[in-house]
Design a protein around this ligand. Structure first.
Ligand SMILES: C[S@@+](CC[C@H](N)C(=O)[O-])C[C@H]1O[C@@H](n2cnc3c(N)ncnc32)[C@H](O)[C@@H]1O
Length: 290
């Protein structure tokens, strides 16, 4: 499938209405993707510092740089390095931040990236495939049965983690497991009754592990209060319960420094889900720095 499929930004109107970007104030878009959020913020005369760890974002960033040379700055980087990135641009404090976690549509749709269990591709799953070393293939073929089972259990909340890990180890003795569909076929032998796609949880787990996604989020959150100015807002859109829980707990644990704006997470409307089924599991939480 095409590697340049369009990503429909999720909850973008809600993000903007809670962020309330103001003229000449500075916002950090840590998950630039195809720039759906950045474009809106820039259209309101604000400045944007954006990052994405995937170099495919460069092409979209280039377009915005041409349009807004003095108000838009982009780096291929992990958002956990936000503090350093801001320092590189000589910025101490910003006025708001957005993180739209997970994957963009082109990452999922390009079978060569190995994120999808619907099309065949190499078991890769690295978001920054130009830099990061470990791939899903190495994990599946080299990790011990108990390591695999723990990954599936903790990062995928997969009930059959042990059985799946056991079968993987049996199968890889016969032949190295190389592709997404090969892995998916093995999982289906155990999760044959699952009403969702039987591979969803294992694929989620591998992706989180390969990209160290939960640590990325925790690291970002633990630093962000140092560069967010008073009254600035933290807006995070999460797509699974592990990430959402981290955000929710961070807001609660920092209640001395933050006002929680969304008591319950904001979710997409039925119209948005109809237009963009990938938005279905999104949960947006917002807090304001006191
Ligand atoms: C759901 S998409 C964001 C889409 C974007 N809001 C838009 O409208 O185009 C998530 C993006 O975050 C990036 N990403 C995920 N984790 C990251 C991290 N730790 N640091 C930087 N970028 C990350 C992914 O590469 C992907 O491009």
């Amino acid at each position: 499938m095409s590697s340049d499929s369009k990503h429909l930004p999720v909850l973008v109107d809600e993000v903007i209405s809670y962020l309330k970007p103001q003229s000449n104030k500075i916002y950090f878009d840590g998950t630039f993707g195809q720039g759906g959020y950045s474009k809106k913020i820039l259209s309101l005369n604000s400045k944007v510092i954006a990052t994405d760890r995937d170099s495919i974002s460069k092409n979209f960033a280039r377009e915005l740089k041409l349009k807004y040379p003095k108000r838009f700055f982009f780096k291929i980087e992990k958002f956990s390095n936000a503090k350093d990135i801001l320092e590189q641009f000589d910025i101490n404090k910003i006025n708001g931040v957005t993180l739209d976690l997970g994957l963009s549509s082109p990452q999922i749709d390009n079978s060569s990236r190995g994120f999808s269990f619907n099309t065949d591709g190499p078991l890769d799953m690295r978001m920054d495939n130009k830099r990061k070393e470990i791939t899903a293939k190495e994990i599946i073929n080299e990790f011990s049965e108990s390591q695999l089972s723990e990954i599936f259990y903790y990062y995928g909340e997969e009930k059959n983690s042990r059985k799946i890990a056991k079968l993987i180890v049996l199968e890889r003795k016969k032949k190295e497991i190389q592709t997404t569909l090969e892995l998916s076929r093995i999982i289906k032998k155990i999760n044959f009754y699952n009403h969702k796609n039987p591979s969803t949880r294992v694929f989620q787990a591998l992706r989180i592990f390969v990209n160290d996604e939960l640590n990325e989020l925790e690291k970002f959150l633990s630093n962000c209060l140092s560069f967010l100015s008073k009254n600035s807002r933290i807006i995070i859109v999460a797509f699974h319960s592990l990430e959402d829980r981290i955000v929710k707990n961070f807001f609660k644990e920092n209640i001395r420094f933050l006002k929680i704006i969304t008591k319950k997470p904001i979710t997409p409307s039925s119209e948005e889900i109809k237009k963009n089924p990938r938005s279905k599991s999104a949960k947006m939480r917002v807090a304001e720095v006191l």
